[in-house]
Design a protein around this ligand. Sequence first.
Ligand SMILES: Nc1ncnc2c1ncn2[C@@H]1O[C@H](COP(=O)(O)OP(=O)(O)OP(=O)(O)O)[C@@H](O)[C@H]1O
Length: 248
Amino acid sequence: MASIELNNVGVHYLIPQAKSAGLVGAMRSLAMGGVIGKRHGRIGVTALDDISFSLVNGDRLGLIGHNGAGKSTLLRVLSGILPPTSGRIRVEGRISALMSIQLGLDSYSTGYENIRSRARFMGLTEEEIDSRFDDIAAFSELGDYLDLPIRSYSAGMRLRLAFSIATAFSPEILILDEWLSAGDDYFQKKARERLTGLIDKTGIFAFASHNDALMARMCNKGMVLHQGKPVFFGEINEALAYHKGVPQ
Ligand SMILES: Nc1ncnc2c1ncn2[C@@H]1O[C@H](COP(=O)(O)OP(=O)(O)OP(=O)(O)O)[C@@H](O)[C@H]1O
């Protein structure tokens, strides 16, 4: 049974290049982004501030907020890519994070080789890889290109390969940053159907997007973030209304 629990989680990014003390006061007044401030005498951004919540099987969480509110940072923390600088996170269940979808592909290996190495990296056994290998190749529709090193692929072709691999296995926890624009219109439609199927089978789903309709369709809970702080956590339609300032 998948579960996630966050206790007082905070993320503070240090920015070594930012030396001006004037920056601190000037940027504090912006409504957008995390809060710029000094920690131990060094300038940085507090992207997440004191976040506590838990998710269990069946929860589909949508993260809502303006640019820089902390949505991607929170998804990175949930997926284990980014350890929090304060607080604790406990996760149970196999995670698949579709964020930097092309992360981990090797330009000098062929498409076929990348399928194997990427799937191994995702923690899958050789048997699991064998059982899904043909499906991944077929879904990508890359044909003979799969025998070529992927540095010879176009950007859209790389996306097709990466997406086909990342969505071939059902995780217990699925984390998705924005709707992935995988390839051309034809592939996007296929990709959307495949993702919808995957989300249905997943225990916990967490998603960030600026598309309210998509959010309402795919999520049952919503968290509104403002400057790294959760200002609303509840039912998805109430969260979307809160964000818009619409009284319920
Ligand atoms: N690697 C980094 N180094 C320093 N600051 C960062 C880094 N990544 C994000 N930030 C800062 O953290 C804050 C939160 O950023 P994040 O990407 O989580 O926001 P977001 O809600 O996903 O935004 P958007 O909707 O624009 O994608 C912002 O103020 C941003 O400037």
